[in-house]
Design a protein around this ligand. Structure first.
Ligand SMILES: [Zn+2]
Length: 182
């Protein structure tokens, strides 16, 4: 499956991830809803809405109980013909600044529902200038101020987790090495 992450959705995901990571009592994860369009062979993600009250537990994700009420507001969105296409969540650095990959943990895999997309963003503080604005192995990496992030997309089909071919519009693209679309 191909996933295209539009700029507005990408920025909303990055903002939510940074805000949760900078929590006073240690980095927290964020999660939220993804909206967009399903195409023949993929999904275009247009819009991301972070949840403010969701709790993450070691055993998985606890979505707000009011989720069905929130989804009932979907027709009120400016692009009413968008669909709820899945979820996103973050893997922040830990208290020691160690980064975690943007790949699903066992509990992430269990909480995913068939047909849903799950976008995972991992975040760390930049220690030095790093190569940014690249797509490699279907993972998008870029910088946002003092942060370096990686985004990957997964989906569940018949109980199996597959990695999607992720693409995004990026502001910074390094000098071409002729291999950016590999
Ligand atoms: Zn996770």
């Amino acid at each position: 499956m191909r996933v295209f992450l539009e700029r507005e959705a990408r920025l909303a995901i990055i903002f939510a991830a940074i805000e949760a990571a900078e929590e006073r009592y240690g980095p927290k994860e964020t999660l939220g809803l993804l909206f967009g369009y399903r195409t023949g062979d993929g999904v275009i993600v247009r819009f991301a809405l972070p949840y403010q009250t969701a709790k993450r537990k070691t055993s998985g994700v606890e979505y707000p109980r009011k989720e069905s009420r929130l989804l009932s507001l979907l027709p009120e969105l400016p692009k009413a013909h968008m669909e709820h296409v899945g979820y996103f969540h973050s893997h922040p650095y830990d208290r020691k600044g160690r980064e975690y990959p943007p790949s699903p943990t066992d509990s992430d895999k269990q909480s995913m529902r068939n047909g849903d997309l799950e976008i995972i963003i991992s975040l760390k503080r930049k220690k030095k200038d790093v190569e940014a604005g690249v797509r490699r192995n279907e993972t998008v990496s870029a910088t946002a101020g003092p942060y370096y992030y990686k985004i990957a997309a997964y989906y569940k089909i018949e109980g199996r987790i597959e990695k999607a071919e992720l693409d995004a519009s990026l502001e910074t693209v390094p000098r071409t090495d002729g291999n950016l679309n590999a």
